[in-house]
Design a protein around this ligand. Sequence first.
Ligand code: SF4
Length: 229
Amino acid sequence: MKIGGFQKFSLIDYPGKICAIIFTQGCNYRCGYCHNPELVEPKLFSPLIPEEEIFSFLEKRKGKLEAVEITGGEPTLQPDLFEVLRKIKAMGYLTKLDSNGSNPEVVQKAVGLNLVDYLAMDIKAPLGKYRSVINSNIDLNKITRSIKLIMNSGLDYEFRTTVVKSQLKKDDILKIGEMIRGAKLYILQRFTPAKTLDPRFLKEETYSEEEFENFKESLKGYITKCIIR
Ligand code: SF4
């Protein structure tokens, strides 16, 4: 697996669990606001972290850490994703898989093989705006298929959207609400212009607290629980 980053400890990424995070290198989207350009843009790639290093760390932390999240980049692009998930599960850890929704077949297979305990998917925009937000010409049917399979997986899951003010209006947020109608958890993420794939996004902004609260209120009919972070 191409591992471009590793975080040894997090209390906020796997709900209710202490987890470590593996960041895979490479992504098929080019979201301008992406805050992990070094995992997306090949000329910014750093040397890979050997898998053995991660597994030896996880071996030592058994009983202290409870879960491992695989995020990116886009983890479903890694040909040995199942193998790595299988090894992590065999060590007794819970697993969380983050995806951008472009490879429903891979996520479906991981679920079918019981390799995942928690799923997270980024919903970038309503379908009509999707390609312009991700700067990539993906098959939009894959997004709807990913949403359906995650909601029908029987697993815990979350959908998330990073909100850049110039990209998404209230109407767009409501359209996303419609796309994931009935979902258990939806997270609206404030965009922070600290480090971005497209430097022009450093001048972009997000909405005010009041505006976010208003979005959350408007989403009540669609989603069981909505969080702003
Ligand atoms: S924010 Fe977009 S470009 Fe960055 S890793 Fe996620 S899907 Fe890829």
